[in-house]
Design a protein around this ligand. Structure first.
Ligand SMILES: *Cc1c(COP(=O)(O)O)cnc(C)c1O
Length: 437
């Protein structure tokens, strides 16, 4: 039911995007985000954890900013009670520009510079150190920053990868966190905490997309067990916060919103009951699962042709906005919806067609031999479930301009649009490419 309502809202938004000229010859590509769906996702995340948490247990849900790095969106999510997980100085600047309070921001990054560490400590945001060398830097900096926020350590439970290698952060040789199963590592971690009273958190994030819920829960269980071990060794409740990361996978195959936050929270409650006995404050860092199903890329079909018997639609959405799909099509398949030039859903017999992008390399295809109504110049294609890690994770190929990103909300008179990011201007594009030299 909710799934079909969401699909109907999308159709209305496509039609309205055409009548309001969001998509023109000058701007043949746009990204749209259903803000009602975003709100529903935020509510479902809160409800899922509230259903299993101890009364009064502190839970900070944050949004992994890399999934959709847009200041107005971060502000909106903050209003829905979702803070920010940032992983670079730029992402931190975006969170600050969105007005996030320091207590609602967590910094994770494997490559924090001393300047970044100092900034995080001065601001009082939470920070998770990645490795022993970073902890040593903190040893020197922490005494000078009495107002620092909660400080934690990222661990890698090394429980193996998921379906997508590049997204799996808990492999034996992952670059992230302290590899817990390496010889002596676990004892070293316990000692590191005993020597640093200011270290009060543990962090793990075992992967993004392609991880099973069981694997995610196993990573959280390992982290919880380590927290218990550290606290036993310290003889006090030194570890007070468990940051369980993000990584809930998204269903790219159909409209259905599965797996749900509710299913994940229920599984965590079953596998790691101690997580919800109220002794630990919790932090989550979901990105894709909060945003992906809410967004889509909308592109005009410029030309249609045929080669070797294969019909091809050349559109304006390719590797510059669907980078992962173009370079790893098996790992990141996308559904494609066809609309006519007026923005109405296109009907007719389905014909296998390639949906190509505008980039000048042969592999710039977002779908191959995909059954779709026969596309014609001026039609529109929508790349579905691209609300996270697509339009805002731009690949600067062929100096193609970055598209506008528009939020929409249903209203009596039709969808109301709000600009989350203007389309890049020719001047901005030139400046990005050294045009100011
Ligand atoms: C990318 C990332 C996330 C978010 O992952 P999703 O799959 O988008 O939920 C959370 N935490 C860390 C540390 C990450 O690197």
């Amino acid at each position: 039911m909710a799934d079909s309502v969401r699909a109907a809202r999308r159709d209305q938004a496509v039609r309205a995007a055409v009548t309001r000229s969001l998509l023109t010859e000058d701007h043949p590509l746009a990204a749209l985000l259903d803000l009602r769906t975003v709100q529903e996702a935020a509510l479902s995340l809160h409800a899922a954890f509230e259903a299993v948490a101890a009364p009064g247990q502190r839970i900070l849900h944050t949004f992994a900013v890399k999934a959709a790095s847009l200041v107005p969106l971060l502000r909106l999510l903050d209003g829905f009670g979702i803070g920010c997980e940032v992983a670079s100085p730029g992402e931190l600047a975006l969170a600050r520009a969105a007005g996030l309070a320091p207590g609602r921001v967590v910094l994770d990054s494997p490559a924090k510079t001393p300047a970044e560490l100092r900034e995080a400590l001065s601001l009082g945001i939470a920070l998770n150190a990645d490795n022993p060398q970073e902890l040593a830097r903190l040893d020197a900096l922490v005494p000078a920053h009495p107002g620092h926020g909660p400080l934690g350590l990222r661990v890698n439970p090394q429980l193996g990868g998921g379906a997508i290698d590049a997204m799996s952060t808990a492999t034996a040789t992952s670059k992230f966190g302290v590899a817990l199963r390496d010889e002596g590592a676990r004892d070293w971690v316990v000692r590191a905490f005993r020597e640093r009273p200011w270290l009060t958190g543990l962090h793990c994030h075992v992967g993004s997309q392609g991880m099973t819920l069981e694997a995610m829960a196993a990573g959280v269980a390992t982290t919880w067990e380590l927290a218990e071990e550290i606290n036993r060794a310290a003889g006090r409740r030194q570890v007070r916060t468990l940051d369980i990361g993000g990584g809930l996978p998204v269903n790219f195959a159909s409209e259905e919103l599965v797996p749900s936050f509710r299913a994940y929270a229920a599984l965590l409650r079953d596998r790691v009951p101690g997580l919800f006995d109220g002794r630990y404050a919790l932090v989550t860092e979901f990105g894709r699962a909060l945003l992906a199903k809410a967004g889509f890329l909308l592109a005009r079909v410029e030309y249609t042709k045929s080669a070797g018997g294969r019909p091809i639609a050349v559109t304006h959405a390719g590797a510059q906005v669907a980078t992962r799909t173009v370079f790893s099509p098996d790992a990141w398949p996308l559904r494609v919806a066809a609309y006519d030039a007026a923005g109405l859903p296109k009907g007719g017999p389905l014909i296998g067609q390639d949906v190509a992008g505008p980039c000048c390399f042969a592999g710039d295809l977002v779908a191959v031999d995909r059954p779709l109504p026969r596309l014609a110049p001026g039609d529109l294609v929508a790349l579905l479930d691209t609300g996270a890690y697509y339009a805002t994770n731009h690949f600067a190929y062929n100096a193609l301009a970055r598209p506008g990103v528009y939020g929409f909300t249903p209203q009596e008179a039709g969808p109301a649009f709000t600009t989350l990011r203007r389309p890049q201007t020719p001047e901005e594009l030139l400046a990005e490419h050294g045009g100011d030299r």
